[in-house]
Design a protein around this ligand. Structure first.
Ligand code: NAP
Length: 287
């Protein structure tokens, strides 16, 4: 049996949908079942919090493979490591962790450093493991959809930096393939989309699909922080995101890999297919 965490989030939901498409049954651990957008008799739902030992233990009973993914939070590293410890005690054979492409021994920003240290904790547990390290999520652009729709522009403090942004459905498809397949033990997969693009190119390509002008405004880091402060209450999260974006601006995500193609036997989704799917939200012709 497979257990998914984060099934009400982007990657977890995408993994769930890929497992269902593959005809598989699985269990999810969610805080609020009402937030599950997928309902299917093959999904066993356990209600609980990843930070609560008892609910995690209940969710892990009889589990062979588990996906650990959760949103960034001051306690994320502690919770994910505790999950791994409980998984080992419950006899789980293989843990798949959603990490990030910047995770490394010398990562200076807190989010990738936490991911790397959690990877190390999982690797030392004795369980089999696979680490998925995605590039920037295309779905991050949905945060700017309202601005793109209303003003035809979006602002980020990323200068002319390149990313090879990836559709979270591809991350989920890879996670499902790893959870249900063999030969992925001890592997780190760096997952990217098909194209290295600046955000100016992202804007041009979004515009071509949605049918109206989109302009990327290079924002000063201080201005980004002031804007973000209106939406993010947590000081820790504000600092963590600003620090991460400074690294992306300096080129930390300017890498493209062929991993999605190798693992899924097809090309990863490009920005056009992402934009088509969300065209109405971006104020496209159908919106
Ligand atoms: N954004 C990027 O570009 C990017 C790139 C590479 C890697 N990553 C990594 O991807 C991860 C986030 O993945 P995502 O975008 O799929 O996340 P997401 O959409 O923000 O969803 C987070 C999920 O975690 C669940 N969760 C959070 N705290 C929980 C708790 N205490 N107990 C149970 N469930 C909890 C949430 O449940 P609720 O619905 O109940 O809140 C939700 O299902 C992060 O680790 C991030 O570092 C992000």
């Amino acid at each position: 049996m497979i257990l998914l965490t984060g099934a009400t989030g982007r990657v977890g939901r995408a993994t769930a949908s890929a497992l269902l498409n593959a005809g598989l049954s699985f269990r999810v651990l969610v805080r609020d079942p009402a937030k599950l957008t997928l309902t299917d008799s093959r999904i066993e739902v356990i209600t609980g919090d990843l930070g609560e030992t008892q609910s995690v233990q209940r969710a892990l009973e009889g589990i062979e493979r588990a996906l650990i993914v959760m949103g960034n939070h001051p306690d994320q590293a502690v919770i994910e490591r505790q999950f791994a410890t409980l998984a080992r005690e419950a006899g789980v054979a293989h843990v798949v962790k959603i990490s990030s492409m910047e995770a490394s021994a010398d990562a200076s920003a807190v989010l990738p450093r936490n991911h790397y240290e959690t990877e190390q904790h999982i690797a030392a547990s004795g369980m089999d493991w696979t680490f998925l390290r995605p590039n920037f999520y295309m779905q991050n652009m949905l945060m700017y959809a309202e601005s793109i729709k209303r003003t035809g522009s979006f602002a980020l403090p990323l200068g002319a930096a390149l990313t090879a942004m990836i559709d979270t459905q591809d991350v989920g498809d890879v996670a499902a393939a790893v959870l249900s397949g063999d030969g992925h033990e001890g592997k780190i997969y760096e997952l990217t989309g098909p194209d290295l693009m600046s955000f100016h190119e992202v804007a041009r390509r979004l515009a071509d699909v949605i049918g109206h002008n989109v302009c990327y405004v290079e924002q000063a880091p201080e201005e980004f922080r002031d804007t973000l402060e209106r939406f993010i209450a947590s000081r820790w999260q504000l600092d963590a995101v600003c620090e991460l974006f400074a690294e992306i601006a300096a080129g930390s995500l300017a890498y493209r890999t062929g991993s999605v193609h190798q693992l899924l036997g097809r090309a990863p989704a490009n920005i056009e297919s992402f934009a088509q799917r969300y065209a109405a939200i971006f104020g496209g012709d159908s919106g």
